[in-house]
Design a protein around this ligand. Structure first.
Ligand code: ZN
Length: 106
């Protein structure tokens, strides 16, 4: 049974995560149920950090400016997997922005 928890996997972005016990120092651990994900478990703190709105905005802004995925990850202190997952979700939105800009140029 899937239990609703308010976290995304910080590595692939899926919401298919369940609570998965605690670490020895008491941190809540979660399991990712995306079979293609590079990580099977993660801690809530990582997810929180990766999905702060300013991190998301920063990833999108710098990707539009042409920064590489590794450079973005280093600047925002998140994993490259997080950057890739965020960009995959927003790639249609970015294309839309470029389309609108081109439209008004002509
Ligand atoms: Zn995952």
């Amino acid at each position: 049974m899937m239990v609703e928890v308010p976290w995304h996997c910080p590595f692939c972005g899926t919401e298919k995560v369940t609570k998965n016990g605690r670490s020895s120092n008491g941190k809540q651990r979660y399991a990712c149920h995306n079979g293609e994900c590079s990580h099977k478990t993660f801690y809530a703190e990582y997810t929180y950090n990766a999905y702060k709105p300013e991190v998301k905005t920063g990833i999108l802004q710098w990707s539009v400016d042409g920064a590489g995925i590794r450079a973005i990850a280093r600047r925002l202190n998140v994993s490259t997997d997080t950057v890739i997952a965020t960009l995959k979700k927003r790639v249609l939105l970015i294309f839309y922005i470029f389309f609108v800009i081109d439209f008004f140029h002509e």
